[in-house]
Design a protein around this ligand. Sequence first.
Ligand SMILES: *Cc1c(COP(=O)(O)O)cnc(C)c1O
Length: 399
Amino acid sequence: MNLYTKAVHAGDRKRPASGDNQAAWVPVTAPIHTATSFFYNDIDNLDKVFAKELPGQSYSRYGNPTNDALEELVTALEGGAGSLACCSGMAALHMAINVALIDRRRVILAPKLIYGATIGMLNKVFEPAGAETVWADFDDPSAVEAAIAEHRPGVILMETIANPLLRVPAMHRIAKMANAAGVPLVVDNTFATPLITRPLELGASMVVHSLTKYLSGHGDVLGGMVTASEEFLGPLRDLSRTVGFILGPFEAYLSMRGIKSFAVRMERQCSNARKVAEWLAAHPNVDRVHYPADPKHPDAENIAAIFAEGFYGAMVSFEVKGAGRPEIFHLMNSLKMVVPATSLGDVHTMMLYPAIASHRELAPKHRARLGIHDNLVRLSVGIEAVEDILADLDQALRS
Ligand SMILES: *Cc1c(COP(=O)(O)O)cnc(C)c1O
């Protein structure tokens, strides 16, 4: 089935495994199950569920039917053997790295340019726990290959589209290297979504999402998801039963409701973003635009290999001519419709200033070395009429 169709149908209308007598009807959409424990007519069945001999529910830290439905939906979209819904994108990432490192060398290979909170987690959580991170330039596959040979990592971590310069590393080649070396590859696919690329099909072992962003898409739910190949699904579920970072059933319901329209929203967001990027490139007050549809994008070859045809994502970064921090503050304060706030992927267009937000923790010199200059702003393009987005950007750029 096509992804647009799966997004609408997968996970819904499941018949209870045991309830033949009640199975004459099922709700059309998956309900919110708030119960923390589950009851069986025969205690023998509960015993078998605890023993994992029978599928079923027992206690809500282990799972619940609303989460099951959402997990089935995301698995249908990303591929893989199954998924685990977590209470945030960071919790999902934490779970995936921990599961990869069970029985493996506690060395993580990660890109220098990666989501700020991920850098924080690697430095403040994994490093003190004895898992060292080796940082490499993932825009250069030969640097990744050399780092794998030199450091023999237990896990490789990467993002499909790296924030905020929207670089696209050669995931298809890095996955091959990881598989050849027997190292699990964990891909954060939050910026791309399964509409643009499905990392498990390219050889990744686990895919992580912040559901908070495009998949839920309405700025009203925090959540995460790990989708795993067969090898990692069991250990992921086992670890989850113990640590209990799982998503609540209300958030699972909201995420599922959001995902039904994610492909339609994302298609519109990508097409709006492309128009915004082209318009910005011709604007007299804009120096430079970073967008994957640009034929001169430094990763054009990777983009052609990895992305679905005609889709380039809905994030656009641009550099404002002659601007520093005060001018960018003025620009953001002048916006009338575009929302100057953190986060991304929502139905509304948002603008973020990496120097004070996602990359605030880096020293200004370090930021500049990574190419994140003080005149750089990041747009998450929404589903509004594109002329309204352009009109607001134009008046703010000229104010
Ligand atoms: C937001 C985000 C995360 C973290 O997700 P939360 O839901 O905020 O915990 C991880 N990776 C990327 C790329 C993100 O954009």
